[in-house]
Design a protein around this ligand. Structure first.
Ligand SMILES: [Fe+2]
Ligand SMILES: [Fe+2]
Length: 201
């Protein structure tokens, strides 16, 4: 079963700037994503994206929402339609006339799976946050204090331990940092500081 998208152009360029309203995005999220663990992952990535857009890219509220929405919906079809992962959410967003940059960023969140390279900063950061966010969350769950007192060196130790969160590709994380032009340390520190804000439920 191939998840390759076999195209690199998404959406309609004349729809630039179009987003779903927050309510519409949350409704789609609730309808499509039933697994609480996946819901949490998507909310965490959404929050990281929003924080990065605000703090590092100095985007206004509309720009921040574009990043947040991209994070919130990037795995929307994974829960119920894993064979259609990415295809279904892309089709939905195209049909709803959403900004092509948002659709492209979602399409490029797994270049090795979907065959689409991230091109925008938004796409590159989505790719960078995606896997590392999950590994750091797994680490928080095994620490008595969760995110309290979590340090860079602890996360790096877990990264070196191949058996820890073994499904998370270390190569992809390195590749994602390279593409985004940020260091692994910077990315880890950002996630440690921000991800704790998002709790389940
Ligand atoms: Fe995914
Ligand atoms: Fe994801």
């Amino acid at each position: 079963m191939s998840l390759l998208l076999n195209r690199t152009v998404f959406g309609d360029p004349s729809k630039k700037g179009n987003t779903l309203s927050r309510t519409a995005a949350e409704n789609l999220f609730m309808d499509w994503v039933l697994n609480p663990r996946l819901q949490l992952h998507m909310k965490q990535v959404a929050h990281l994206m929003k924080c990065w857009a605000a703090e590092r890219e100095q985007l206004d509220e509309a720009g921040q929402w574009q990043w947040e929405m991209t994070g919130l919906l990037h795995d929307a079809d994974w829960d119920q339609w894993p064979d259609l992962h990415c295809k279904k959410i892309i089709a939905e967003l195209e049909q709803r006339n959403i900004d092509p940059d948002i659709i492209h960023a979602i399409a490029s969140h797994g270049p090795n799976h979907f065959g689409v390279e991230p091109v925008t900063t938004m796409g590159k950061m989505l790719f960078a946050f995606d896997e590392l966010s999950g590994l750091i969350h797994a680490y928080s769950l095994m620490r008595p204090g969760g995110y309290d007192g979590m340090e860079l060196k602890g996360v790096k130790k877990r990264l070196k331990e191949r058996s820890f969160a073994a499904n998370v590709s270390r190569e992809e994380i390195d590749d994602a940092c390279l593409r985004a032009g940020i260091s692994l340390d910077e990315l880890i520190n950002f996630i440690i500081a921000r991800q704790r804000d998002v709790m389940n439920g």
